[in-house]
Ligand binder design. Structure first.
Ligand code: ADP
Length: 492
């Protein structure tokens, strides 16, 4: 079957974007960008260092204090709309770069287009928040007045993971451009190409130099330097809990503002009265889409005991129909895992699951033919899982569903909340009362009723407990790139 050829961008050694220039890392070293579908080298990315972070932060600071600080809300909106058009015009190329670099099928990466269009338009609609001010008469004396402003926080460090950078980078760039902040982006070492190409397109669209900067490299070098840098005012991080804890510690020096979106072990609760024609594919793709490499994945499927066996059988039958393969091929629904490291991690949990629960479907790496060269695993279903088993407690970040039986609403909520995480959750029922009670009772930042994984840019999502804090999307997100400031006037 003919596959689209890699775009011209995917070749050579990609450089860092600092102060509007593409520059070499001071290490002179690089990291291989590997296609996870076949293990082949795509191109190389620069291996950045703490010194490169220094340069990028200096450029971002200079830009923050330069002409960019005088852009009006209208000018920022116009710029965001130009960026929107550049991204839409080049979307086919971006989708292909993402597929090659991190493995998600073209059907998925192309599918981001409309959503991203909405996301960019949303941020364009929010540019009036920065600099907005309200005058209030003073309650303490008639001759005083106070003016309250919203002021951009400054230089924002964005540290993002590999599971969907083409979408994830906009949680940094979108609000930064909307508010007049500047950004230093650190994409994941396993998938940096879409961040680099998007940034190139943004510079061509007229983003002023230094407003966005990209330093590729390893977390222990670039990520750590960025989160500890005294010139960075805010860090937005998406990734694992352990890394978040390191970032919290590193950020203490100048008390950076933080936004952390971490993992989850989200419960997806299916009641006996649910419409299984919707609940089965909905819950299945709530775990399996993006090969399970999704923070909000509903990996603990809690199923009311009366329908447990039927549900498991239908879930396994659905899993069998999922087409796995190189994401460039048409009809492919799930691609490979991102790397050998991730493959080892997922296989480790599949082994544990096989010992502690009942394997109903999957559990294997795909080794035959072309797929043997990539990091492919079967979508996997474990049944009769108990909530205290390892596969129900630890985040796997692979296509592994644990089906856990429950009896009553109270039972379901107790199990759902018996986790250190609190990112997301789902409930499938035709009873409005049950839907309300359960969605209110799940301790998480986001809950879906009779659907899973839908995110509206204007509403957003976020987590609680060990899934982090801070909101992505919606007005709150834009406001978190601003701080309030009051100026008091003596009018006498
Ligand atoms: P995963 O284990 O799924 O790759 P990580 O949390 O390690 O998740 O990675 C998410 C992002 O955090 C990546 O860009 C990675 O390079 C970066 N990172 C890793 N370690 C650190 C660190 N100590 N400080 C800051 N960023 C880091």
């Amino acid at each position: 079957m003919s596959q689209p050829t890699p775009p011209a961008f995917v070749q050579g050694t990609k450089q860092l974007l600092i102060g509007g220039q593409w520059v070499a890392s001071n290490t002179g070293q690089h990291i291989d960008a590997i296609n996870p579908a076949n293990g082949e080298l795509l191109c190389r990315i620069a291996q950045g260092s703490a010194q490169d972070v220094d340069r990028a932060v200096a450029a971002a600071r200079k830009a923050f204090e330069g002409p960019w600080s005088r852009f009006t809300a209208h000018e920022r909106r116009k710029l965001l709309l130009k960026v929107h058009d550049a991204i839409m015009d080049n979307f086919e190329e971006l989708a292909l770069i993402e597929t090659l670099d991190m493995g998600a099928p073209l059907a998925r990466t192309r599918g981001y287009k409309e959503w991203l269009s909405q996301l960019l338009q949303f941020y364009a609609s929010q540019t009036g928040l920065a600099g907005s001010s309200t005058g209030t008469p003073m309650s303490i004396a008639p001759n005083f007045m106070a003016l309250k402003h919203q002021v951009p926080v400054g230089v924002v460090g964005g540290i993002i993971p590999w599971n969907g950078p083409l979408m994830g980078l906009w949680w940094i760039y979108g609000p930064a451009l909307a508010t007049g902040c500047t950004a230093v982006l650190k994409p994941a070492e396993d998938a940096s190409l879409s961040s680099l190409r998007v940034s190139e397109l943004m510079m061509e669209a007229g983003v002023p130099e230094g407003v966005i900067n990209v330093v590729t490299g390893y977390g222990k070098d670039v990520g750590q330097a960025l989160s500890g840098h005294m010139g960075v005012d805010r860090v937005a991080f998406t990734g694992s809990v352990g890394t978040a804890q390191a970032i919290v510690r590193a950020s203490a020096g100048n008390l950076k503002r933080l936004q952390l979106e971490l993992g989850g072990k989200s419960p997806d609760i299916v009641f006996a009265d649910a419409d299984l024609d919707k609940a089965v594919p909905g819950a299945a793709m709530g775990v399996f889409s993006n090969t399970g490499q999704v923070c909000v994945a509903g990996t603990r499927i809690l199923v009311q005991r009366a329908i447990h066996d039927e549900f498991v059988q239908r879930l396994a039958a659905f899993a069998k129909t999922i087409k796995i393969g190189d994401g460039r091929e048409s009809g492919v629904q799930i691609g490979p895992l991102i790397s050998q490291r991730q493959l080892d991690r997922v296989m480790h949990y599949m082994d544990i699951g096989g010992k502690e629960a009942q394997l109903v479907h999957g559990g294997q790496r795909l080794t035959g033919g072309e797929l043997g060269k990539g990091f492919f695993v079967e979508p996997t279903v474990f049944a009769n899982v108990r909530n205290d088993m390892t596969i129900a407690r630890e985040e796997i970040f692979g296509p592994v569903a644990s089906v856990i039986p429950f009896d009553t609403v109270e039972d379901a909520l107790r199990l759902a909340n018996d986790t250190p995480y609190g990112l997301a959750g789902g409930v499938w029922t035709q009873n409005l009362g049950t839907a309300h009670k359960v969605s209110q009772g799940i301790r998480s930042g986001t809950v879906w009723v009779n659907c899973y994984g839908v995110i509206d840019p204007a509403t957003g999502f976020g987590g609680t407990k060990m899934s982090g804090y801070g909101w992505k999307g919606g007005k709150e997100h834009v406001e978190s790139f601003l701080y309030p400031k009051a100026t008091y006037f003596n009018l006498d």
